[in-house]
Design a protein around this ligand. Structure first.
Ligand code: ZN
Ligand code: FE
Length: 216
């Protein structure tokens, strides 16, 4: 039974879960658009991090951190996607549309002419780890801005979206700190600790998968 009785019993064309957040001042259509952009950024970041990680060859420590960030961004895509549908939205049917509207810039491998470079098997791309770490860092910063905006739009009005966005934000803030630590030491020789503890397993996503935290 709906409190104000606006959605008639059995009516599946309307959603109480949407109307209650609208009543609290959320523009649910705008929110859906922003969630699709944000999901697109997570999905494309997962893709680009796959490549960036490959080109950190020889730096097993960097590869391991990149792997956690990569898998956690996939977890973020999966965490937020159901919310798009709950709000009545849908992912674009064409992945090209989805990638094009991603809310963050493409995290291209440096020295690839914005991804347009093609190489044949056996050819190499000349890229330094510091260049890759810079791309990773700026991608995390974009993610922090994105999820902070979603938190601001939903705080006190849409507790479910807020909770999901806040969980993701927790991990994005950690990711930024990790890459500041690595880039600062690699590029500048300066120690700026991130407070990083090793994930229990690769891409554990303690917040977005609701796993136990560092000390189980
Ligand atoms: Zn993410
Ligand atoms: Fe991230």
């Amino acid at each position: 039974m709906v409190q104000d009785g606006r959605v008639p019993a059995g009516d599946v064309s309307r959603r109480v879960g949407v109307e209650v957040i609208e009543a609290r001042g959320v523009d649910s259509k705008l929110l859906v658009e922003k969630l699709i952009d944000a999901a697109g950024a997570e999905f494309t970041t997962y893709y680009y991090y796959t490549i960036l990680r490959m080109y950190l060859a020889g730096h097993e420590d960097y590869k391991e951190i990149c792997e956690d960030a990569r898998l956690e961004d996939r977890a973020h895509f999966e965490l937020i996607t159901p919310r798009i549908y709950e709000l009545g939205g849908s992912l674009p049917f064409d992945i090209r549309t989805f990638a094009d509207r991603a809310g963050c810039p493409d995290a291209y491998l440096p020295n690839t002419n914005n991804g347009k470079l093609t190489i044949k098997p056996g050819e190499a791309v000349e890229v330094k780890p510091a260049q890759i770490l810079e791309v990773l860092l700026e991608a995390e910063r974009c993610a922090i801005r994105t999820w902070s905006e979603i938190c601001d739009l939903t705080f006190g009005k849409d507790p479910r979206t807020y909770d999901l966005a806040a969980r993701i934000l927790n991990e994005e803030v950690e990711h930024e700190a990790w890459f500041i630590e690595l880039l600062s030491k690699e590029r500048d020789g300066v120690v700026r600790p991130s407070g990083h503890f090793r994930r229990g397993e690769p891409g554990e996503a303690p917040y977005s998968k609701n796993r136990g935290f560092y000390n189980p």
